[in-house]
Design a protein around this ligand. Sequence first.
Ligand SMILES: [Zn+2]
Length: 469
Amino acid sequence: MKRLFWAVLLLSLSAAFAQQCKSVKYVFLFIGDGMSIPQRMAADAYLKSLDKPLLEINKMPCQALTKTNSADHLITDSAASGTAIACGKKVPNHYVGVDAEGKPLTSMAVVAKRAGKKVGIITSVTLNHATPAAFYAHTTNRSDYYKIGLDLVASQFDFFAGGAINKHDDKKSKIYRGDILDIARESGYKIFDTPEGIESITKADGKTIAIASKNGAMPYAIDEPNSLRISNLLEKAIEVLDGDEGFFIMVEGGKIDWMCHSNDAATTIREVIDFNNAVKVAMDFAKKSPDQTLIVVTGDHETGGLTLGFAGTGYESYMYLLKNQTCSVGEFESRVKKLITTNPDASFEDAKKILSQSFSFKFDGDAKADRLVLGAAEIKTLKDAFSREKDFFLKAKKSGKKEAYEREKSPLAISAIRCFNNKAGIAWTSNAHTALPVLTTAQGVNAEAFSGMIQNTDIAAKMKKILEK
Ligand SMILES: [Zn+2]
């Protein structure tokens, strides 16, 4: 009886919202993968420490604390949370665009397309990764990239842009029917895979797939700041999708999550700022059509258990130190592995050069006067990690499996990034996702619908109603 009461109440509330909400011509949804309150606040604290303007995404007039649990886990993965946000249904982890029984769900992007709007999907990771896939694909296995790639083409959405289509020519797939890029061309898509080509796209090109990075995901902002960014891809999407029908565009900052898995605060913050830059493009566009635009910004879950505090620094924070990191921890790791694989006799002195180059660490000087000067205990930790790193390589080499070392997490990278973060007054509690709620912020027409404490599924429920209008 109680259940029935709530079901009826929810139904009548949703019917009331469907009646009240206004139609919107331009709808933007931004998803920061792995971006919860700590990631947003860390970026703001960093910007404040450098006396720079704070994030626009944190200044939006409407906010909703958003629960992220999946159907079978308190801690969701990106497939289940993407599906909840895109389709409005809690599903088990790893499921993309299907319910617990494997039946296809309808995403807000499909609703937008049916309503006559143009649809654009943009991501900094591969185009068939879980989050973008939740808007067009249907599978119980998020790793079935070939099937997801086929669904991408079948969606017939107007504009896809981001990284490559992962495993697009996967001949091992049981449903292999040829290279997905060829299938896409045959079904009317034009594919552009150079920065110049992407820049040249016009409305006349029709359905488009813009691949900004042929090797996979797009590079990190910290590593290649001059590369094409999601903000550039969004500018292009707006240019080609704008028209009488209006549009729905989803933009994912997918690599915030990746660097949170690696507990790299400086790179995470640069990715959040990069993501905010894309939101700024939508906000600038909204200035021209404020009565016709809705912008919603959310995250799919928190990653890393990021904390703005560290036992060793107590009440002090040194966020400005993060600007001294010059590359992602992933890039640092490849530099270390390159050193060891090309010179197995490399000494800690050689490693010190890479440590200084990547984190601006100093091995001499007054640690009290300069926080980048490492203390004896910190140097010992890094030295021990470097010895373990070399042992890993030698063991792998002896067993004839050098590639095992390439795959292994670098002990030196783990120790170096932890040491660097702790100096800034930042700590992490996990290498995986957490169950912390995320923040959804919104501005524009119907933005007030995104307030209070909501479920991630409410985002889809509300946006579908808005897009149906
Ligand atoms: Zn993740």
